[in-house]
Design a protein around this ligand. Structure first.
Ligand code: SME
Length: 159
């Protein structure tokens, strides 16, 4: 198995295209969810260097911390709490340009300035969310939302 991925392109869109193609190859016929999610966070980290990338997985009434790359994070988030819990509750992608302006934002690190959270759905039910934090204000746009939604749709088959 490859120990690194070769990302081509200069724009963020080009890098996402390359990342998604590389990830499909990297994962190949792997079926283990933890392995897949772990290497997905590592591949996103290698491609973009974002501050924090991780999955929170629905376990009953809460989101539990799953595979991630970055600093220590809260292990449990309730429905409707913070950006992740709101994305879960509303079943929608949230792009937050300034986390300090998001009511109820859960600050795991003061270095995190902007954030995107994408729900992963099975049918009509959210089963996990992908959370990415940046140290830059307004680092995420519709481009990130579009590509990360593609990624999350694809990942949903492994749950
Ligand atoms: N910022 C998140 C909490 C998780 S950490 O950032 C890793 C939120 O408000 O949902």
């Amino acid at each position: 198995m490859a120990e690194s991925i070769l990302i081509e392109g200069t724009t963020r869109s080009e890098k996402y295209e390359s990342l998604l193609n590389q990830l499909k190859i990297l994962i190949g016929d792997e079926q283990d969810l933890i392995s897949i999610l772990s290497n997905t966070t590592a591949a996103i980290k290698e491609t973009f260097g974002f501050f924090w990338i991780g999955f929170y997985i629905v376990r009953g009434e809460v989101l539990k911390l799953g595979p991630f790359q970055g600093s220590l994070a809260c292990m449990e988030i309730g429905l409707g709490r913070g950006v992740c819990g709101t994305s879960w509750k509303n079943k929608e992608t949230l792009v937050v340009p300034n986390v300090d302006e998001f009511p109820g934002h859960i600050a795991c690190s003061s270095l995190s300035k902007s954030e995107i959270v994408v729900p992963i759905l099975k049918g009509d039910t959210v089963i996990a969310v992908l959370d990415i934090d940046s140290t830059l204000i307004a680092d995420f746009t519709e481009t990130d939302a579009n590509y990360l939604n593609q990624l999350c749709q694809w990942l949903s088959i492994y749950f």
